[in-house]
Write a protein that binds this ligand. Structure first.
Ligand code: FE
Ligand code: FE
Ligand code: FE
Length: 168
């Protein structure tokens, strides 16, 4: 999908493009999580990352279902935003020596990922509704709720424990 080839002509094309963007992003996230699980010191944090990795597998499946509902084959389109978020996470993690501070950095990085996903799914759901695809909107909403819940869980963990330990 070249920027100057004007491949995106209609709202349906744009919708499909963002579906491909998040499909690529979910796969990248799935690939990045094992490293984050390894780096996490707090067992609760490691468990949360592990649980979300399993959830991410289901989300990839769910996206494949949404592609089918659209009559399209599941396909990814490169997403420089998620590549950048993951790259930044790895760079920061490589710079942090203290393991408690590293946990705080990992949470911050994971929340940047969740927020990217939340904007993408939020947009896709609004567009699906506009395009008369309530069925697809409902399917994607299951994932949106999981991303929001994950974001909340991470906030709670950071505020109750991780940040405290990192700062002491
Ligand atoms: Fe996800
Ligand atoms: Fe993107
Ligand atoms: Fe997520």
């Amino acid at each position: 999908m070249g920027l100057f080839t004007r491949d995106i002509k209609t709202m349906d094309d744009l919708f499909l493009h963002v579906m491909q963007d998040i499909y690529y992003a979910e796969q990248k996230i799935h690939g990045a999580l094992p490293d984050m699980i390894d780096k996490a010191t707090n067992p609760e944090l490691a468990a949360a990352f592990k649980a979300h990795r399993l959830e991410t597998e289901m989300q990839i499946e769910r996206l494949a279902t949404a592609f089918e509902m659209l009559g399209e084959n599941p396909k990814g389109a490169s997403c420089p935003a998620i590549d950048g978020i993951i790259k930044e996470a790895n760079e920061i993690a490589g710079e942090v020596a203290d393991k408690n501070v590293l946990d705080a950095a990992l949470i911050a990085a994971a929340q940047a990922v969740e927020h990217y996903e939340i904007t993408r799914y939020g947009t896709l759901i609004a567009w699906a509704q506009q395009l008369g695809r309530r069925d697809i909107a409902q399917t994607l909403n299951v994932t949106l709720e999981e991303e929001k819940k994950t974001d909340k869980t991470l906030s709670t963990m950071a505020e109750r424990k991780i940040n405290l330990r990192a700062a002491s």
